[in-house]
Design a protein around this ligand. Structure first.
Ligand SMILES: Nc1ncnc2c1ncn2[C@@H]1O[C@H](COP(=O)(O)OP(=O)(O)OP(=O)(O)O)[C@@H](O)[C@H]1O
Length: 279
């Protein structure tokens, strides 16, 4: 297939495992992010979210398959594409011995574009000490700094691996607001993993479910909540109700787009239901 140079991320047949004999963590995964999409990546602990985001960024060599970022192979992107990407890893990789001011000055030198006003605004709003070694900041302060660094060069693709895990509720809300602003203003493509479903409901216009090494389903969250239902009833009636079968959990069937039908009981779903059934 010809690479889609407009797609910030285009993944085909991605397989990944650790070591030579381990089980496949990712297994023939296909995924494409369109410009301006905001996608929350959901999966159980150990499902492979971090592995997927790292492979997506070209930080892990896949066993098979291909990842392209803005049309270029992820493991061989040039500086132009690199400058279009921002990343907040799960384990922060800030330089502990530098101060925030020193670290930001260092990164600024790599990027043709750097929004100093926004950096200063966020440093102030989040009250980050800028003249102490980063290693002495709290976990949440370090996470805020990592976020500022990732937003500073106004990336077109922002990859965030559990960016809010150690933020307090107010900082989380503030960060999510900042993220939404960035997305609306600049049409940034965002992919982020999180376990905090209520945050997702606030900002993720799309959700992607990672299950058994593949993206099981990706769709706008509001559509899913509207179209998916738990159905129960006799098999013939369920069949007549139609729709797309998604999963069977306990005695109930999760279906998308079913019609009302005599003998079928239907019940709405929550994001937590979808998480249980699709991850
Ligand atoms: N460096 C590594 N070496 C060996 N196995 C690894 C390594 N990193 C991850 N794994 C394994 O790969 C699988 C996926 O891990 P990964 O961290 O990608 O999952 P995750 O979905 O991000 O999990 P969590 O929600 O707990 O952060 C797990 O079974 C994990 O044990």
């Amino acid at each position: 297939a010809t690479p889609d140079t407009a797609a910030p991320v285009h993944i085909t047949g991605l397989s990944l495992r650790y070591g030579n004999a381990g089980p496949a963590v990712l297994n023939g995964l296909d995924w494409r992010l369109q410009p301006g999409q905001v996608v929350g990546l959901l999966g159980r602990n150990g499902a492979g979210k971090t592995s997927l985001l790292e492979a997506l960024l070209g930080l892990r060599e896949p066993l098979a398959g291909e990842v392209r970022l803005f049309g270029q192979p992820a493991t061989a992107i040039d500086d132009t594409v690199r400058a279009r990407i921002g990343y907040v890893p799960q384990q922060n990789d800030l330089f502990e011995g530098l101060t925030a001011t020193e670290m930001l000055a260092y990164f600024r030198s790599f990027y043709p574009r750097w929004n100093e006003a926004r950096v200063n605004h966020l440093l102030q709003r989040w009250q980050l000490p800028t003249d102490q070694p980063i290693g002495r900041l709290s976990g949440g302060q370090q996470q805020r700094l990592a976020i500022i660094r990732a937003l500073a060069h106004e990336p077109e693709l922002l990859v965030l691996d559990e960016p809010v895990a150690s933020l307090d509720p107010l900082a989380r809300r503030d960060f999510l607001r900042e993220l939404v602003e960035q997305v609306l203003d600049r049409g940034t493509t965002v992919v982020f993993s999180t376990h905090i479903l209520s945050d997702l409901e606030r900002v993720a216009f799309n959700v992607a479910f990672l299950q058994a090494g593949r993206i099981r389903l990706q769709a706008p969250l509001d559509e899913l909540l509207e179209e998916c239902q738990w159905l129960s009833g006799p098999p013939a009636a369920l069949q007549a109700a139609g729709g797309e079968f998604l999963a069977q959990v306990g005695g109930r069937t999760l279906v998308r787009g079913a019609a009302a039908h005599p003998g079928v009981q239907a019940q709405g779903v929550t994001l937590e239901d979808l998480f249980e059934a699709l991850t």
